[in-house]
Ligand binder design. Structure first.
Ligand code: CP
Length: 313
């Protein structure tokens, strides 16, 4: 593995899940493996879980981590090659990434999409520029298209909670939101759930179709009630329109998941990556119920990150 920016194979996913579960039992198992190694955590957008869990993971492995909140503390970066930098951008990614590549052994980058330039977002231009110019392994802390550390933590959580060897029925359901939200978590969850051989159904209102590059092997069901029938795991997430790129077509409150929505899937566990807007995106009654796995997912972010960092040191 040269970088960690997306799902690669079922074998690698299984290896990372097993390793993460081992670290969960014994967090300091490899506490000296990362001695003398340094990771740079570069945030172009806000974070709570990703930032702290990755720092804890690095610490468990004996690595030094340095956080740079590039959006607030760094120079404004020019990402396009060959431009005359006579506007607001102060430093070119070519120079900044090359410097970071000398300071660190590993680089981890969070770079959300613009949701205005579909081509650049779809090509994951920012993280690709960090890869191109840093010359060191890059780990995605959520890019324009994917959030693989979140998805790995989600797969670990499903593994911990599945009760039979039978393929679990996993439903990814769209939820209402008032802001235009990226597709990365939904894309990545789809990629990992299918890659790990789960039985995945995606449900959303008309107009909220995800990029078919991710969903072509999933069942799509526009009727949420039908989709939720007999579900084992329900992953709740909002995303903006992909075809009408970055738009909020409507905020349909009837899609808010409640206990009543789960009456035909009484044992279903509910997942969300957090942060969540309570009673807009997901109800208190679900979040505060024993069926909610959101805190377990957040805990597993540490061990997902630790399993991935361990591959690079
Ligand atoms: N789930 C997740 O990535 O959380 P943060 O945005 O707080 O890092």
């Amino acid at each position: 593995m040269d970088h960690f920016i997306q799902f690669e194979s079922k074998e690698l996913a299984s290896k990372l899940i097993e390793k993460a579960l081992l670290f969960k039992k014994t967090p300091l198992l490899n506490r000296e493996k990362g001695t003398g190694k340094r990771i740079g955590l570069i945030f172009l957008n806000p974070s709570l879980r990703t930032r702290v869990s990755t720092q804890i993971a690095a610490s468990n492995l004996g690595m030094e981590s340095i956080v740079l909140n590039m959006d607030k503390e760094g120079w404004a970066l020019e990402m396009a090659d060959g431009v005359i930098m006579n506007k607001d951008k102060v430093e070119h990614i070519k120079d900044a990434a090359a410097v970071l590549g000398q300071y660190f052994d590993l680089l981890a980058v969070r770079a959300f999409p613009s949701l205005t330039n579909k081509k650049e977002d779809k090509e994951d231009t920012i993280i690709k520029q960090f890869i191109k110019y840093s010359g060191i392994p890059v780990i995605s802390l959520e890019s324009a298209t994917r959030h693989p550390l979140q998805s790995l933590a989600d797969m670990i959580t499903i593994k911990e909670n599945r009760v039979t060897e039978k393929k679990p029925k996993v439903v990814l359901t769209w939820a209402p939101h008032i802001k235009a939200i990226p597709h990365a978590v939904a894309n990545s969850f789809t990629e990992w759930a299918l890659g790990c051989d789960h039985d995945l159904t995606i449900t959303h209102p008309l107009g909220y179709e995800l990029d078919t590059a991710f969903t072509q092997c999933a069942h799509i069901e526009y009727d949420q009630t039908k989709a939720l029938n007999n579900a084992d795991f329900v992953y709740v997430k909002n995303w903006s329109a992909f075809n009408d790129y970055g738009k909020i077509i409507h905020v349909d409150d009837s899609w808010l998941l409640t206990e009543d929505s789960l009456k035909h899937s009484p044992t279903a566990k509910v997942m969300h990556c957090l942060p969540v807007r309570r009673n807009l995106e997901l109800s208190d009654e679900i979040l505060d119920h024993s069926r909610s796995l959101v805190q377990q997912q957040a805990t597993n972010r540490i061990f997902a990150a630790q399993a991935v960092l361990d591959e690079f040191i």
